[in-house]
Ligand binder design. Structure first.
Ligand SMILES: C[S@@+](CC[C@H](N)C(=O)[O-])C[C@H]1O[C@@H](n2cnc3c(N)ncnc32)[C@H](O)[C@@H]1O
Length: 201
């Protein structure tokens, strides 16, 4: 199980000039998110949410698309770093726990981005987590999920715990429709591949 302060400690201990040493940090927006946004028209008056936003680059990509962005993370240091790295951003970076989202945020977001956070949280919490994420997506809204995956018979252990195909299916069982799926070969030992899934409500 991930210890409670695991993420906060990673962000706190790495040092501001060594952010690239954070195992998941690329210091740029996710390439699949950028590719997807490039296929879409700019928007106005729409809201986006970034779950587990880390250093904030994905939020900036959504902001550039025209969204009004909320970007949350459980780590206060990550949020402080995101604000510091993006001083002119209009994104609302804030500290929160995805398991305690207020009811007012349900069905509130036209676009939800989740990259590498579901897989970071213990498997026994996954069903609940996926149900919460699904609830946050507005009617006709879009969810983009980026996560390691493994075959149903594999057991790569964790953390992170790569998602099984049956766990990705939970998004659909909760009422979303999968509109695209890209599988990326992975070079690291976490799991053999990653998925970028796009769902619509
Ligand atoms: C593996 S990192 C991915 C960060 C970012 N999405 C990226 O791709 O660079 C997982 C992130 O989720 C955050 N996180 C972990 N548990 C969380 C929770 N319960 N609620 C909100 N954020 C959480 C961590 O602090 C961390 O920033």
């Amino acid at each position: 199980m991930t210890e409670k302060n695991f993420f906060e400690n990673v962000y706190k201990n790495v040092g501001k000039d060594r952010l690239a040493d954070i195992p998941w940090a690329t210091l740029s927006a996710n390439i699949y998110l950028l590719e997807y946004l490039n296929t879409q028209k700019k928007v106005e008056g729409k809201r986006a949410l970034v779950i587990g936003c880390g250093l904030g680059d994905d939020a900036l990509a959504l902001e550039a698309q025209g969204y009004t962005v909320d970007a949350m993370d459980i780590s206060p240091t990550a949020i402080a770093l995101a604000k510091e790295r993006h001083p002119t951003s209009k994104t609302n970076f804030y500290v929160a726990d995805i398991f305690s989202m207020p009811k007012a945020s349900y069905e509130a977001y036209d676009f939800v981005y989740e990259g590498l956070t579901v897989q970071s949280l213990p498997r026994e919490e996954r069903e609940k987590l996926i149900s919460i994420i699904t609830e946050l997506v507005a009617k006709n809204g879009t969810l983009l999920v980026y996560a390691h995956t493994q075959n149903d018979k594999d057991n790569y252990g964790g953390p992170p715990w790569p998602l099984y195909a049956r766990e990705f299916k939970l998004f659909e069982q909760n009422g979303l429709k999968k509109i695209s799926e890209v599988k990326e070969a992975e070079t690291k030992a976490i799991a053999p591949s990653k998925y970028c899934m796009v769902y619509k409500k």
